[in-house]
Design a protein around this ligand. Structure first.
Ligand SMILES: Cc1cc2nc3c(=O)[nH]c(=O)nc-3n(C[C@H](O)[C@H](O)[C@H](O)COP(=O)(O)OP(=O)(O)OC[C@H]3O[C@@H](n4cnc5c(N)ncnc54)[C@H](O)[C@@H]3O)c2cc1C
Length: 445
């Protein structure tokens, strides 16, 4: 029998992302209608799908690529994150760096920088301003002794790896943030910051200029083997294609793929109303991830109508790939408390937008790029930092779909398969307990 993949669920993104709200409205590309043909169909306009299309055009500019996105470009997780494209390993162990760990870290850095290079190349080619893509580096920020210790350990590991960095004292951190609520910070220059929704829109526009045929509001319902190729179906249309890149991250599960291999975690953000920059000293544009991995991300954004602060915090385990209003509300209340304790000078400013978004993790933190059927490539498993990881996934998926094996692809090929997670209800119980414990360990960081 011909293989058929049927989607059992479609993405639903909680809340309206502040990044989209800050942009002018955009007319979405037409939904797929009628019968079409393509050399490759890319499903999903997130980091992975966009990177796959970009890489395939680099390898073969004559390729007829058609992209199908369930919602509107920039409204999915790739357009609603905190906007850090991080070049260094995100989570470091607080132990000293053994030689195995050093090799692992160097491989991660190579993969991350390969992803970043693809994006940087597009930014330069398209002449994007820093309001879309800003290679300005990032801070990791601490609130107390635990965070300080972690930053010092991380700095020592970066020294061992030969990576540039600078530790900031509490006074320097106060000068940066305009607040005395932080004890230290660590600056690393290699991260790029994006306005995520503007970035995703700009990528899609750049690819359309290269003849990408983009269809938005076109959730794929079924993928069916047709002769040597595939037929991809939406409610109103069908595309006959030689190859498919399924770049839907956790929604691989909705197509019945990677059963028992993906853990679905949502995280949440709130964005303040614009405030008069004179209310808060410090720099007007900076971004900081927490010293401890499960802590709070902060980002100050200067705008024509005033500055805003983004607060990202809280994780929830959601195997059904949806979250309710209650989860968004509780995360919002936490964000309000985080803002008040860190920036008392902003009392009364309040939040304008609150939202959440889905991420897919594998238990052993490996990415998944595999040919699930001949000519059908899957890119999934962003492992929480998809701006880099999913971009790399997309590059490898695009290359492999065209039969190319690069150094990045070889590294992927050498990675172990994703480990099976425990059966339900143990996976959910374990997932919730693990997240709760890690958040508790992060304390007020
Ligand atoms: C609040 C928040 C902050 C974050 N901050 C960061 C950060 O600073 N840095 C970082 O690296 N990561 C961050 N992340 C994680 C990051 O956003 C994800 O890892 C990343 O978006 C994953 O990229 P992706 O391309 O694999 O998947 P996605 O971005 O989820 O893209 C998949 C696309 O597939 C589409 N799709 C799904 N099913 C179908 C279907 N049936 N038919 C058609 N289309 C379909 C979806 O609509 C979606 O647009 C954050 C996430 C959130 C929610």
């Amino acid at each position: 029998m011909a293989p058929v993949l049927t989607a059992r669920a479609f993405p639903r993104h909680p809340g309206v992302s502040g990044w989209v709200a800050m942009l002018s409205p955009r007319v979405p590309a037409q939904a797929l209608d009628g019968r079409q043909t393509a050399d490759v169909v890319v499903i999903g306009a997130g980091f992975a799908g966009l990177a796959a299309a970009r890489r395939m055009f680099q390898l073969d500019p004559s390729l007829r690529i058609l992209m199908l996105e369930a919602g509107q470009v920039g409204e999915g997780p790739a357009g609603r994150n905190s906007g850090f494209i991080i070049d260094l390993p995100h989570e470091v162990s607080a132990d000293s760096l053994g030689s195995d760990q050093a090799d692992h870290a160097r491989r991660d850095i190579f993969n991350n920088r390969t992803a970043l290079a693809l994006v940087q190349d597009m930014a330069e080619e398209q002449g994007w301003g820093t309001e879309i893509f800003n290679p300005c580096g990032r801070y990791s920020i601490a609130r107390g002794a635990k965070g300080d210790h972690h930053l010092q350990e991380y700095a020592a590991q970066l020294t061992a790896l030969g990576e540039a960095h600078r530790l900031l004292s509490s006074a320097e951190t106060a000068a940066l943030t305009g607040s005395s609520a932080f004890s230290a910070a660590l600056y690393t220059p290699g991260t790029a910051l994006i306005q995520p929704a503007a970035f995703v829109r700009a990528c899609a526009d750049a690819l359309q200029a290269r003849r990408l045929r983009l269809h938005e509001q076109s959730p794929v319902r079924r993928i069916t083997r047709q002769g040597a190729g595939w037929q991809v179906e939406t409610a109103q249309g069908q595309v006959a294609t030689g190859r498919v890149v399924l770049a839907v991250n956790g929604h691989a599960q909705s197509f019945g793929l990677l059963p028992g291999r993906l853990m679905h975690v949502f995280t949440y953000a709130s964005l303040t109303r614009p405030f008069d920059p004179r209310r808060l000293g410090g720099a007007r544009d900076w971004a900081a991830t927490p010293a401890l991995p499960m802590g709070t991300t902060l980002r100050r954004i200067a705008g024509a109508d005033g500055d805003r602060l983004l607060v990202r915090s809280r994780y929830s385990y959601n195997p059904g790939l949806t979250v309710g209003e209650g989860a968004l509300r509780r995360a919002g209340q936490l964000h309000d408390r985080k803002l008040a304790s860190r920036f008392p000078a902003l009392a009364g400013v309040g939040m304008d937008h609150r939202w959440g978004g889905a991420m897919a993790l594998t238990w052993n933190s490996v990415p998944v790029v595999e040919e699930v059927e001949p000519g059908l490539w899957l890119a999934a498993g962003c492992n929480g930092v998809g701006a880099t990881n999913a971009t790399a996934n997309g590059i490898v998926a695009g290359e492999r779909a065209l039969g190319v094996l690069s150094a990045l692809g070889r590294d992927y090929a050498a990675a172990p398969p994703p480990k099976r997670i425990p059966p339900e209800p143990f996976a959910t119980i374990g997932g919730k307990v693990a997240l709760g414990w890690k958040e508790w360990r992060a304390g007020d960081e």
